[in-house]
Design a protein around this ligand. Sequence first.
Ligand code: CTP
Length: 418
Amino acid sequence: MNEAVTKQYTMLRDKQIIVGVTGGIAAYKVAELVRILAKKGANVHVVMTKNAMEFVTPLTFQTLSGNPVTHEMFELLAGSKIGHIALSDLADQLVIAPATANIIGKIAGGIADDFLSTMVMATRVPVLFVPAMNTKMWESGIVQGNIDRLRENGYEFIEPDTGDLACGWEGKGRMPSLEEIIEKMEDIFTVKDLVGERIMVTAGPTQEFIDPVRCMTNRSSGKMGYALVKIAHRRGAEVILVTGRTDLPRPSGVEVVEVVTANEMRNAVMERQAKCTVIIKAAAVADFRSKALRYHKLKKKPGEEEVVLELDRNPDILQELGRVIEDRILVGFAAETENLIQNAQDKLKRKNLDLVVANDVTKQGIGFGSDDNEVTIISAHGRAKHVPKLSKEEVAHVILDAVKRVIKKKRKYKDDWY
Ligand code: CTP
């Protein structure tokens, strides 16, 4: 079960990836890219141009990929198949990193005079270019024109980063981070099955101030909510993230609303809920806040051994949403330390949810702060699906699949009213 679920959601596992390396200084970084891709379960084949071999040796890539490296135009693979055709037939995706102005120009101009350019011409699978070059080359009208031409023909690109360049210049032209490249490669493989949905996700802890320097909060890292945001966006949904304070990098391509307290989160959510088709409340909201609003630091008094803090109840945002949700989809989380299923089911009924995602926060290696999670998803019809320990991104896929099933059921019922 674990293996099957992982296979389904780990986009790069068992994929045949061809990495084309051209002659730029960033070629050394691609060695690490190949290592990561292989670690993620992809079968990586590296194709190098002559110039690339001036920067890194084929042996490096062969060792990291576990496959022979191709660089000769007229190299024959096993049997009598022509190398570039055989390799491009077997590929699921081709990534060219770093992509120099030269390879971009060659492909745009229809030139196929070495193994890599011939293979790009012969393939029908997605081709991702990761340009890296000097700023002035990147900005030149000829390079930009070639990129436009390739984009129009369905080739994918990642924009270079801005910063210090190996040639001594500063500006746009650096190869983007390996995370960004992998994210884009996974994105290319992802089915956009949530297009048309507007999904709001709340994530992270809230903080309640006791005085200007102290606060009450909890151990939520926000990772589960952020994983949901990333995967929902990747699957084509329009996403709004309402986030408490976390150290996580803010996701790009989504609306991000920063909040601190439960009241701020409540207001941010209620203002935006009407325009959402799905709301997922992954945030760990503080149930109480200090009764007193203190503008100065609480001082110790001589001889005082005990202090009593008076607390007020915070609004239960999920419960409030349950009253206005109507035929849209509402998903809650239940962090439990005992009677997991029973407590989660009670929450689902009490708060009028479509789904509740329950996790046992006492279990080691999952939940708070961890990169993995193990949950049980319970539906309003009483169905329960146990999701074994997986990465939070994989769990996010399973949750969104469950959301999709609820959407389908609810809309079908709505359409079939007659
Ligand atoms: N939640 C909320 N507003 C609150 C408290 C919780 O919206 N003031 C939401 C959380 O985002 C989560 C769900 O309610 O989706 C469950 O949170 P949890 O802390 O597990 O449960 P509580 O509702 O606080 O219930 P209990 O104290 O009984 O565990």
